[in-house]
Write a protein that binds this ligand. Structure first.
Ligand SMILES: [Zn+2]
Length: 108
């Protein structure tokens, strides 16, 4: 009786080991016509390294990508943080003073 692999019988033991994935990736790379073809084949087979599937921008920068788009996103974030207004924390007395000032000017 052959091994019937389907959605119900598929288990963790049937997943490819890292070594098998690496060998499959190398085979696909050897058979691919060019880099774009190789990348597409690896993508549909789920063999692309995780860091290559991360989207670019701030998420990409956090994941370690230093391409132009990711560095730009990080620069923008740093600029926003530099120019942001600092938060002001008031003590209870300061709140009271502001409230009093507001109510007195409101009456005049
Ligand atoms: Zn990037």
């Amino acid at each position: 009786m052959g091994k019937d692999l389907n959605r119900r019988t598929w288990g963790p033991a049937d997943e490819a080991t890292p070594n098998e994935q690496r060998r499959a990736s190398l085979y696909v790379a050897a058979m691919a016509g060019d880099a774009a073809d190789c990348r597409q084949l690896l993508d549909v087979l789920g063999l692309l390294p995780k860091h290559l599937t991360v989207q670019h921008g701030m998420r990409g920068y956090r994941a370690g990508c230093r391409c132009k788009a990711c560095r730009k996103a990080n620069t923008e974030r740093n600029r926003r943080q530099r120019t942001a207004q600092p938060r002001v924390y008031l003590t209870e007395a300061e709140w009271q003073a502001r409230r009093d000032q507001h109510t007195t000017t409101g009456e005049q």
